[in-house]
Design a protein around this ligand. Structure first.
Ligand code: CTP
Ligand code: MG
Length: 237
């Protein structure tokens, strides 16, 4: 089968502060979503990009994609998203045509991921892994706490060994059937998940990690916008 990318781009971007939906904010003059779509279309293996737009923003996103050139080999579709990331990904999966066998899920909020990372994820799925996530070792030590009200000191419960931890990024890559089954199963159980691979883990299917990249960071808070624009400026220099 062929390879498609589902790009959840339906979030509001609350942590970034007031303004347009996060995926439509500009980075050096071009919407973040367009950077993200181009980063995926840069991989020769990708034949379809499904953008999951803000629920009322699908026509606007369609116009935006029509106005920005993509490689000839890459088709695209736009579908409206849902209230949670998980729901948005599910709506994107439902739009996939029959002939797609491999699916990547990539956050619009990670606009600068290098093509080598995309290709490494796809290669690992082609080699037979049902689920693949790019990830990096952590710089900070991580502590598990007993959560308290904001501002109150929180008791520490445990300190997992940092060398065994990884911070996961996207694109995450999947055998299509495995990811669809994971979404169906989690929807039935009613549990939420913060990443797609986590849902596959609950199925009991193996998930493997390949090296991520610093430039695949997620634009989440205002400082991340500064970093993203600096990375783009360096690329153009
Ligand atoms: N996303 C989505 N549908 C939602 C929520 C999130 O498609 N209902 C997408 C976002 O557009 C983003 C990705 O999931 O590309 C990762 O989510 P996150 O970084 O949390 O983005 P937002 O939810 O928009 O930001 P915030 O949590 O700060 O509101
Ligand atoms: Mg969010």
């Amino acid at each position: 089968g062929r390879t498609a990318v589902v790009i959840p781009a339906a979030g509001r971007g609350v942590r970034l502060g007031p303004g347009a939906p996060k995926a439509l904010r500009a980075l050096n003059g071009t919407p973040m979503l367009i950077h993200a779509v181009r980063a995926m279309a840069a991989s020769r293996a990708v034949s379809l990009v499904v953008v999951v737009a803000p629920p009322d923003g699908a026509p606007e996103v369609k116009n935006l994609l029509d106005a920005h050139a993509l490689p000839e080999r890459t088709d695209y579709l736009v579908v409206p998203g849902g209230d949670t990331r998980q729901e948005s990904v599910r709506l994107g999966l439902e739009a996939l045509p029959e002939n797609i066998g491999t699916v990547l899920v990539h956050d619009a909020a990670r606009p600068l991921v290098p093509v080598d990372t995309v290709d490494a994820v796809i290669a690992a799925v082609f080699d037979g892994a049902p689920a693949v996530v790019p990830a990096l070792p952590l710089a900070d030590t991580v502590k598990e706490v007993e959560p308290r009200e904001k501002g109150e000191p929180e008791p520490v419960v445990a300190t997992p060994e940092r060398a065994r931890l990884r911070a996961v990024q996207t694109p995450q890559g999947f055998d299509r059937g495995t990811l669809v089954r994971a979404h169906e199963t989690v929807a039935v159980s009613g549990e939420g998940a913060t990443d797609d691979a986590g849902m596959v883990e609950r199925l009991g299917a193996p998930v493997v990690v390949v090296p991520g990249h610093e430039e695949a960071f997620k634009v989440t808070r205002p400082l991340d916008l500064l970093l993203a624009e600096a990375v783009l400026a360096r690329r153009r220099a």
